[in-house]
Design a protein around this ligand. Structure first.
Ligand code: GLU
Length: 476
């Protein structure tokens, strides 16, 4: 079988983590099987669909390294085809017009609620006589189009992840609406389940891989495939992604969009790596840190769990730090430099930049950590409480005075670690203090705090702008 899979995002929001994970599983499966991964933009909800979201979805997928084959299908452009299919269903007698008004349906649901029943359309207009129907039409009533779902029908499929699945027709909410309300001589806008079947079939999709929140839709869609004599694809329903409290990951959890993760400083490689682990267990002997291009060979739905996946920030952070630590200094600098420039910070030379990332890289978890850590090299730092205390010591003032004098006697700024170390040693000796006190006082004066990367190296970098002199002179 030629494998053709698709991602069918609705551009009603930015690319969500769950959608991106679905994309990844589709993409990995297509790669493994030598098939095609296609994209379909489901923009039939005109009011909520936006071009900027389409752009965000494309960019997010590309950033993650998920590229698609063929031009994306834009669902709204196929509306004529969708309506044609509705006509076929009407002609076959498996779909009909339902004139029940919204008020009437609300009343029906209210009464079901009062009687402790689940809300379900009671199929009241399934068998209207021609006389009844013409009465509605003459009264100018608009109609939705419904597809018949028999309560007795059992729908089964063999899910690639969940195994044998069976749904009962009676649990599908009654005859389903396939076209929005419109005048009775026309067909309103076709709805999700109908258009998905029409498009998946037209795109020759062999496997539909999507979130398990679509299980009931799959049952409904199988009925449509059967009614239209279309080939039914294979289905695979991926587990949901839950937050740390075990609830479905939602906007309330803060970051859920791929573009937000990017803004926070996560790398595309760590994101793609982590998302693959959300539901998929690596086979024994395989490291959990991988590039997605490396694992398509071994990806299989057999190892995708049925149980929901819990989002684990610690694991994502660990993977991100691994990716950062594996980067060459040049690559890390290339990632950071645009962010430096956004802040108006210019590195004095490539060599200086490389030294800087060598210094701060090992403690970075997020790309943005590099910005926080580089900040005191470009902007005067705020004095922390412990830094302040340190600088209030009498010895600190003596030490700083000594160091400043020495710095001023130099022709240029500090040029090497050795030179800086030599100065520290001289200060220790001349001021008759412990070396630790010299180091702490210098660190506080230069960087405002008592913590940070290697002091000697940091000092040499800072000295390149002669900022060491101005900073030390503030505390004398
Ligand atoms: N537009 C649907 C969604 O975003 C697609 C579901 C499907 O894959 O069929 O949930």
């Amino acid at each position: 079988m030629t494998v053709r899979v698709r991602l069918a995002p609705s551009p009603t929001g930015t690319l969500h983590l769950g959608t991106a994970r679905t994309a990844l599983f589709n993409w990995l499966f297509a790669k493994k099987e030598g098939g095609s991964f296609l994209l379909r933009i489901e923009d039939t909800d005109i009011e909520r669909s936006k071009e900027e979201y389409v752009k965000n979805i494309y960019e997010g997928l590309q950033w993650l390294g998920i590229n698609w084959d063929e031009s994306p299908i834009i669902q709204r452009e196929r509306i004529k085809e969708h309506k044609k299919i509705i006509k076929v269903l009407l002609a076959k007698g498996v779909a009909y017009r339902c004139y029940a008004s919204e008020e009437e349906l609300d009343e029906m649901r209210e009464s079901q609620k009062r009687n402790g029943l689940a809300p379900k359309y009671d199929n009241r207009h399934r068998n209207l006589t021609p006389e009844q129907e013409s009465k509605f039409i003459h009264a100018g009533k608009e109609a939705v189009i419904r597809f018949k779902i028999s309560d007795q029908k059992l729908i089964s499929w063999n899910d690639l992840i969940r195994g044998e699945m069976t749904w009962s027709g009676k649990d599908l909410g009654g005859d389903m609406v396939i076209a929005r309300r419109a005048p009775a001589d026309s067909i309103g806008d076709p709805l999700y389940n109908l258009v998905v079947v029409a498009d998946d079939s037209a795109m020759k999709i062999s496997h539909v891989i999507r979130g398990e929140d679509h299980l009931a839709n799959t049952a409904k869609q199988i009925l449509l495939y059967e009614a239209l004599d279309l080939k039914i694809p294979v289905f695979a329903h991926t587990p949901l992604i839950l937050n740390s409290e075990g609830k479905k990951l939602s906007k309330r959890d803060g970051v859920t969009s791929i573009s937000d993760f990017k803004k926070m400083g996560y790398t595309s490689e760590a994101m793609a790596n982590y998302m693959t682990l959300l539901g998929w267990s690596v086979p024994e002997g395989i490291n959990e840190r991988f590039k997605i291009s490396e694992i398509s060979e071994i990806f299989s739905f057999k190892k995708v769990n049925k149980a929901s996946a819990k989002f684990d920030w610690d694991k994502l952070n660990w993977l991100n730090s691994q990716v950062i630590h594996e980067m060459s200094a040049e690559t890390l600098l290339n990632n950071l430099n645009p962010l430096f420039q956004e802040n108006g910070w210019n590195i004095p030379s490539q060599e200086w930049g490389i030294h800087l990332v060598d210094l701060i890289g090992p403690s970075m978890v997020l790309i943005n950590d590099g910005v926080d850590q580089a900040k005191p090299f470009f902007e005067e730092p705020k004095l922390s409480n412990d830094g302040k205390k340190q600088l209030e010591l009498d010895e600190a003032k003596i030490i700083l005075k000594f160091v400043l004098e020495k710095l001023e006697s130099l022709d240029a700024s500090l040029s090497s670690k050795e030179e800086a170390l030599d100065l520290i040693n001289k200060a220790t000796k001349s001021c008759s203090v412990k070396k630790g006190l010299v180091m702490k006082s210098l660190r506080a004066a230069l960087f405002g705090t008592l913590n940070g990367p290697d002091l000697v190296q940091s000092w040499v970098l800072l000295s390149r702008f002669s900022k060491d002199r101005t900073r030390i002179s503030r505390f004398i």
